[in-house]
Design a protein. Structure first.
Length: 300
């Protein structure tokens, strides 16, 4: 089971630890890589929204949560992959499992590269852009120009205008405080991105070492397979040669037997039978000679 199997929608193989019923480490790695790949695709879409009118504080919060979720998935999957790889060094582990774990390690490495690219782009855009915040509309319907041109407004209207201006100042102060909070939150988010980039880089380095070790292990398996295949071909060749030699020896035996019958047994047989039956030797020889010819013509 590899990451491509999960991505293609193939069901997970039901392989469980018989001791405690927990999910198999290899299966857990494949599932984790699939989840990371899906989350990274979502993260990339959110990153592409930064700097656009849709770049709001709510989007930044969603981006932050998605980033943390991916980071946790990466840590969990990395731990499971190490567990699966450590078990591959045992002699009883099959070659197919070792090959599967090696493929999963490369899949994990590839999806981590995509996440690293998205992380760097997110850090650049969050630094360059501030989220879009809709401006609050002041509750007063009076403007400074209207105040200057109205000389006949009452004291009550002037009181409302003063109150409106106070509210505008309060809104402005709130907006400044809000913007400062956004800036502080953005800086904190950038620091978190940088920290997570460092963590992912460390995992990526460990993964590179693991992939190299597994590559060496797979090469050894391939060498053993090639050696076994060569030995099988050589053994088959020896068997063919032995069979040919056996058939050749059988032919020599038949020729030798025929020669023995013709030159040694045949004259003796004529003499013995002729003596017993009282037949002439010439007639008896012709009869036996015909019998031997018919016998030689019969298929063996």
């Amino acid at each position: 089971m590899s990451f491509q199997d999960l991505e293609a929608g193939r069901p997970l193989v039901s392989r469980q630890n018989l001791n405690n019923g927990k999910q198999d480490a290899t299966q857990a790695v494949a599932s984790g890589i699939f989840q990371i790949n899906t989350a990274v695709s979502t993260f990339q879409r959110l990153v592409n929204t930064l700097g656009t009118p849709k770049d709001t504080p709510e989007l930044r919060e969603k981006l932050h949560k998605t980033r943390l979720h991916i980071g946790q998935l990466v840590k969990d999957t990395s731990a499971k992959l190490k567990q699966a790889s450590e078990s591959d060094h045992r002699a009883e582990v099959s070659a197919s499992k070792k090959v599967t774990d090696a493929k999963l390690a490369k899949d994990f490495q590839a999806v981590l590269k995509e996440f690293q690219k998205a992380q760097r782009l997110a850090a650049e855009r969050e630094t360059a852009y501030t989220p879009f915040v809709p401006q609050a509309v002041p509750p007063s319907s009076y403007t400074a120009g209207e105040v200057d041109t109205r000389s006949d407004e009452s004291a009550e209207q002037r009181g409302l205008l003063v109150q409106s201006r106070r509210q505008e100042v309060l809104l402005l102060d709130n907006e400044i405080a809000f913007n400062e909070a956004i800036i502080e939150e953005r800086e904190q988010g950038i620091q978190e991105i940088q920290q997570q980039i460092g963590e992912v880089n460390e995992i990526f380095k460990d993964l590179a070492v693991l992939v190299h070790e597994q590559g060496t292990m797979i090469d050894d398996i391939g060498t053993h397979i090639e050696n076994s295949r060569a030995a099988t071909v050589q053994a088959k060749s020896h068997l063919v040669k032995a069979a040919k030699t056996q058939r050749s020896n059988s032919s020599l035996v038949n020729i030798y037997s025929s020669h023995l019958v013709t030159h040694f047994l045949y004259p003796s047989l004529i003499g013995v039978v002729g003596h017993v039956m009282g037949l002439p030797l010439v007639g008896l020889g012709i009869m036996i000679d015909c019998t031997l010819k018919l016998t030689n013509e019969l298929p063996i």
